[in-house]
Design a protein around this ligand. Structure first.
Ligand SMILES: [Zn+2]
Length: 147
């Protein structure tokens, strides 16, 4: 078993520890790093899973990227794509809903596209979610070339 981040070989104990707490295989160092990110930003686990799935797909994502105003769950800077994971639609307040839309508008004005992905899509359809994001990335690349 190897760490999904650095490829370092990990023992069965570390495998179980990181699988149980994070749902992915990471070495001790990377487990600590990711847990720190989660503590600091309240990052949903699905964002971590998507981050590593995108990495595997050859994308260069950034986790909890600071855009100057707020932290974005996942950013793909080459195509100025921000990905936010929606935790739970039923938990969202109306203030949160309009704030999210306003944030998306500000990012859009700065040339960033914001995609909101429900956490359930990542939980149950990780491969399809990655496929769709890859499609969005190639669409954005085409647009950049067109300008
Ligand atoms: Zn590692």
């Amino acid at each position: 078993m190897t760490c999904k981040d650095c490829g370092k070989t990990i023992g069965p104990q570390q495998y179980k520890a990181s699988k149980d707490s994070l749902g992915i295989t990471l070495c001790e160092r990377h487990s600590k790093l990711i847990k720190r990110v989660i503590l600091d930003n309240n990052t949903p686990l699905e964002a971590i899973h998507l981050f590593y799935a995108l990495k595997e797909a050859g994308v260069h994502p950034m986790l909890e990227w600071w855009d100057g105003k707020k932290s974005v769950d996942i950013a793909i800077s080459r195509v100025k794509l921000n990905i936010e994971i929606d935790k739970d639609y039923n938990m969202i307040t109306h203030e949160q809903a309009i704030n999210d839309l306003e944030d998306a508008m500000h990012s859009f004005k700065n040339g960033f596209t914001t995609v909101r992905i429900p956490h359930l899509a990542i939980k149950y359809y990780l491969d399809e979610t990655v496929e769709n994001i890859l499609g969005i990335i190639s669409g954005l690349k085409a647009n950049i070339k067109a300008i």
